[in-house]
Design a binder for this molecule. Sequence first.
Ligand code: IPE
Ligand code: IPE
Ligand code: MG
Length: 248
Amino acid sequence: MNDIKQLIDIAQLPRHIAIIMDGNGRWAKEKGQPRVFGHRNGVKAVRESTEAAAELGVEYMTLYAFSTENWNRPKLEVDALMTLLVDTLAKEIKTLNKNNIRLQAVGDLGRLPDRTRKALLDGVASTSENKRMTLVLALNYSGKWDILQAAQKLATQVQHGLLKPEEIDDALFSQQLATADIPDPELLIRTSGENRLSNFLLWQLAYAEFCFLPVFWPDFTKEHLYKAILDYQRRERRFGMVSEQLLK
Ligand code: IPE
Ligand code: IPE
Ligand code: MG
């Protein structure tokens, strides 16, 4: 495992890695277990990937934990996920503080059950001074929701005469998103073999490198994260230019 880690060029790390943690249900089904068993076993992979990213020196890691569309799942599963979140936060905040990791949350948090939102906001408050890495949980998040709420805030400012429509540019729009002050992810990882975004950070991933892995989330290890970073570092990010321009 350390061999792979040593191949990573620390000077070229992505500052921000976003992960769609997918495949818990199928992982459990393969074992003849209920879907919730998969979610519970996904917590270890959260711990592993957070630790690995922080050890390397990644500045931000965003985990897609619950999408706006996930409310459409059976109530039993939704309730179990919300409870798991409360229990996990209660257990893990101490570790986050020990490892100097700051917790943040993005999403329409007002729609979460009170105790889930409270556990989340307590975690955010008690880790707010930590400096090593920021762990962002995307909860009741959807990329379209994020863009819409940003547009609504800007429209209100225009309506009140505080802003002219032509003043709205990339930077100003980005500042209204739930991820304001967080740099856009350079690397997106999705587990479980699905090749789609499922309404994740639509605006923010405009130029990210995508890495789709055929492993279910509960089986995701530090080694998978190292491999995804190595894959990212082997790619040429051209941003619309041609290869020769990048060498100058
Ligand atoms: C990801 O695993 C966890 C959440 C969406 C909360 P899934 O629950 O989507 O697992 P699969 O994709 O059905 O296997
Ligand atoms: C995306 O996974 C959401 C999260 C990982 C939280 P889903 O499993 O909900 O996505 P779809 O339904 O397969 O697109
Ligand atoms: Mg899924």
